[in-house]
Design a protein around this ligand. Structure first.
Ligand SMILES: *Cc1c(COP(=O)(O)O)cnc(C)c1O
Length: 439
């Protein structure tokens, strides 16, 4: 079976804007030759184009000039990313004491951080209060009294996570806008009204607004518009019932990006325009002041800025199939196994004149489901020792990575203006042994 290898232009659409390729197949990102990165830091290795991350932050700030853009830290977080977000004027959205402590230790202003989580631990809440996070998003009824009791002096600003009843998102496991999943308080069964009433009765909690996050990998503007309309409806009801006008509306993230040539992406500028128009219209109709808009992109900020580099370890031709096995896999990228995501890996570092063929790119782990790309278009002469690059690897890879098979999580190398710099070192056997304390 053969397919056409995507044209270079088509292929490059997934890659950072700084990507270049010469006639010998040498591909560079941020002015740094990727084969050079692999040689210097070993494989697998993750490359993050600092300029691309920053450019994406600027694009968001430009699209939402009078709103707050919060980067969803769970997509990928490190000290350097924290610093870039701070310098680009973004806020941060965190889901645990760990993400929160890392950000604050790296110098991020806590008042620009929002804490989420459907099941916040006592440690999460204690860290949030001790460090002074800007907002805590209430996600369950029991959290209200727990949080109120923990606030020592003054009051804590909070939002309430609402399930607006909107179906959106690229896969059932990343849909969070409807009542049949664990996040948020339901519109339909009255839970959210109950929670709002209880929060308003707590002098230690200051409700600033409402939050929703309807899913991930959403490529249409429409679900967001439906959600905004419902959220404004709820804000009007809060005003009518309690005489309280809320001044913030957080519409979450979930902005879809392309993983393979031809995949749909969400047009962020169109989203911003449509959100603003709908918000103005709905608020005018409800005679409400237009609230400050917050958004929380994660994937769309760092995803397209990352490249995973793997070394081919084995090529196995069985019947009609060619398996190309690389030196990483589900321990550094669990997304294919979790959501059935497929990537567009590409041979780099040498120019091949062999015709294209379809290969199944698999990882090195002891699971048949450890498949990185089921139908990758690679040159027919792909062989052990070759380098494969997987674009769009900057979000939800390393942040979801595991210690499976004690392979060790790969390092992260930032590239920018012709220079490379280690951000996160490789996890070693010594790291595993250090944790293994019983005998
Ligand atoms: C995961 C998450 C986001 C970011 O989602 P992306 O798909 O990465 O944009 C934003 N807000 C909340 C509450 C989330 O859980």
């Amino acid at each position: 079976m053969t397919t056409t290898v995507p044209t270079t232009a088509d292929d490059l659409s997934l890659w950072p804007a700084s990507t270049t390729e010469d006639a010998h197949g040498a591909r560079a990102v941020g002015g740094v030759d990727l084969a050079q990165v692999a040689a210097e830091f070993g494989t697998p290795v993750y490359v993050l184009d600092q300029g691309e991350v920053r450019e994406r932050c600027r694009m968001y700030r430009h699209a939402f000039p009078d709103g707050d853009v919060l980067y969803a830290a769970k997509a990928f977080l490190s000290q350097a990313v924290v610093r870039w977000m701070d310098e680009e004027g973004l806020g941060l959205d965190v889901c645990s004491a760990g993400e929160l402590e890392l950000a604050v230790a790296a110098g991020f202003p806590p008042d620009r951080i929002v804490l989420h989580g459907n099941a916040k631990s006592p440690q999460d809440l204690a860290a949030a209060l001790r460090l002074g996070v800007g907002r805590i998003v209430i996600d369950s009824p029991s959290e209200i009294a727990r949080l109120a009791a923990a606030v020592r002096d003054g009051s804590q600003k909070i939002m309430i996570r609402v399930v607006p009843g909107v179906v959106a998102g690229g896969h059932a496991k990343i849909r969070t806008g409807t009542d049949d999943q664990k996040f948020g308080l339901s519109f339909t069964d009255g839970q959210v009204h109950h929670a709002i009433a209880r929060v308003l009765g707590q002098p230690r909690l200051a409700l600033t607004g409402l939050h929703c996050h309807i899913g991930s990998q959403i490529t249409d503007v429409e679900p967001y518009i439906v959600a905004v309309r419902r959220m404004v409806g709820l804000m009007a009801r809060v005003r009518d019932t309690h005489g309280v006008v809320l001044h913030e509306l957080d519409m979450g993230g979930g902005h879809g990006i392309a993983y393979r040539p031809g995949d749909a992406t969400l047009d962020v500028t169109a989203l911003a325009r449509a959100l603003r128009a709908e918000l103005t219209e709905s608020c005018t109709a409800a005679r409400l002041p237009v609230p400050r808009l917050l958004i929380e992109p994660g994937r769309a900020v760092t995803g397209p800025a990352g490249i995973a580099l793997y070394r081919v370890l084995a090529v196995k031709r069985t019947g009609a199939r060619t398996f190309v096995a690389v030196d990483g896999g589900m321990s550094d990228n669990p997304r294919p196994a979790l959501y059935g995501v497929r990537y567009a890996p590409r041979l780099i570092g040498r120019h091949s004149t062999a015709g294209p063929s379809t290969a199944t790119v698999v990882g090195r782990h002891c699971e048949a489901g450890d498949v990185l790309a089921a139908d990758a278009a690679l040159p027919g002469d792909i062989r052990p020792g070759d380098l494969l690059a997987v674009p769009v690897a900057g979000a939800y890879h390393l942040s979801m990575a595991s210690g499976y098979n004690l392979v060790g999580r790969p390092p992260v190398v930032a590239v920018d203006k012709g220079r490379s710099r280690l951000l996160v070192r490789r996890e070693t056997l010594a790291d595993f042994q250090a944790r293994d304390v019983g005998r």
